[in-house]
Design a protein around this ligand. Structure first.
Ligand code: UD1
Length: 377
């Protein structure tokens, strides 16, 4: 079997790493080719992840870059088609919910090539979120849907997807987390690397990440969130790695002075091992990322999610996550709870055990074998 594996943006990389490794471990049974669409292209958003996670260099890079949703999605589709024709793959495997995920799934399915979606069935039920559209559409056209949590099956069957296509295998991102935890790079090392050993964090620190358009593209919302962060930083220092989109918006709206403070450490986008080290030792994490809600649950670190909903409800039901939204009073109240009582305790969900990618490789090979047998190959 020849599987063409797709990545495009930063949150895809830690998901594809264990899948590529699990395919490689199956020797001649399966050949995996890696295609990068180039949706993310900055060194900080890319190479540090490939290197740190030992992901093989992409066999193909479409070098798409940034653009509006329509331009970006269309560019991926247009450049992916000839690459797919040339690859002669038996299946295309996509992960997550970025524009590249949907674009490649759509091209493949129209050519009659089976689409495998890893991290299927997550739903925020918020269609203003571009990723929600990508999730719904990708799942509709996928042949095999690998899920990370039990809620996904109900979401998918409600949308008319047959349960026989759905396989609950667990969370590949947590495979990567468990494998790399011993190599995590902690704050003192990061401070030394960045020449910022002056940053004081004797009583601990919070980690903040922000990049969702709903939080950073509107000046009033971004101002209010940063003002809340400033208040938090008066009680607990804040480490804030800046996504390129967020850095751009802060500059554009002239909000830099709100966070240009000695107790807020502004950093460039961190590598995977650095993010892991930062989160692991944090007193709490404030974020609007999807993946970080899961990683903090796996690490047992309290997470305050700066969104009104989550597509990953298990992190709230079983994990350390709380949905705060954008309201300053709510965010500050949840922050107080963490400071006073250590925050929400949680447990690690089923199948977030470091072996999700093995289950995917095994089940996928079986499925492709059966398919070949049925077609007489
Ligand atoms: C994308 C994903 C989002 C994911 C996020 C993680 C979609 C719809 N969104 O959002 O789900 O959580 O990645 O980072 O696919 N930019 C750079 N360098 C880069 C990439 C982007 O400077 O390497 C800047 C550009 O100004 C660009 C902007 O960031 O216009 C947005 O990039 P884009 O890939 O469109 O979306 P993200 O916000 O990164």
């Amino acid at each position: 079997h020849h599987i063409l594996c797709i990545v495009g943006a930063r949150p895809n990389f830690m998901k594809i790493a264990p899948i590529m490794a699990a395919f490689a471990a199956r020797g001649d049974q399966v050949k995996a080719t890696l295609l990068h669409t180039g949706q993310h292209y900055d060194v900080a958003m890319n190479h540090q992840y490939f290197e740190a996670l030992g992901i093989p260099s992409p066999d193909i890079n479409l070098e798409i870059g940034s653009g509006s949703h329509a331009v970006q999605t269309a560019a991926v589709m247009q450049h992916f088609e000839p690459a797919l024709d040339a690859a002669q793959a038996s299946a295309v495997l996509v992960v997550g919910d970025v524009n590249s995920t949907l674009a490649c799934a759509l091209v493949a399915t129209k050519k009659g090539i089976p689409v495998i979606h890893v991290e299927a069935g997550l739903r925020s039920y918020d269609r203003a979120m571009p990723e929600e559209i990508n999730r719904i559409l990708t799942d509709q056209i996928s042949d095999i849907l690998f899920t990370t949590e039990a809620s996904a099956l109900g979401n998918l069957t409600r949308e008319g997807i047959d349960a026989s296509r759905v396989r609950f295998v667990g969370n590949v991102m947590i495979d990567t987390l468990r494998l790399n935890l011993p190599r995590a790079i902690a704050l003192p090392q990061i401070l030394a690397d960045q020449g910022r050993s002056d940053f004081r964090h004797d009583a601990g620190y919070a980690v903040l990440t922000l990049h969702r358009p709903s939080n950073v593209d509107d000046p009033a919302v971004l101002r209010s969130l940063l003002e809340t962060v400033r208040q938090i930083s008066e009680r607990l220092p804040v480490v804030f790695p800046l996504h390129p989109r967020t850095r751009g918006m802060i500059e554009k709206f002239g909000l830099s002075e709100l966070i240009d403070l000695p107790q807020i450490l502004l950093l460039p986008p961190m590598g995977y091992l650095e993010m892991l080290g930062l989160m692991k030792n944090a007193r709490l994490v404030l974020t609007d990322s999807g993946g970080i809600q899961e990683e903090t649950t796996a690490l047992g670190v309290p997470c305050v999610t700066l969104r009104n909903n989550t597509e990953r409800p298990i992190t709230v039901e079983q994990g350390t996550n709380t949905i705060a939204g954008q309201d300053p009073a709510t965010i500050l109240r949840l922050f107080d709870e963490v400071m006073n009582s250590g925050g929400k305790a949680g447990r690690v969900p089923e199948f977030w055990d470091g072996h999700a990618a093995d289950r995917i490789a095994e089940q996928l090979c079986e499925w492709l074998d059966q398919r070949n047998a049925a077609s007489g190959d």
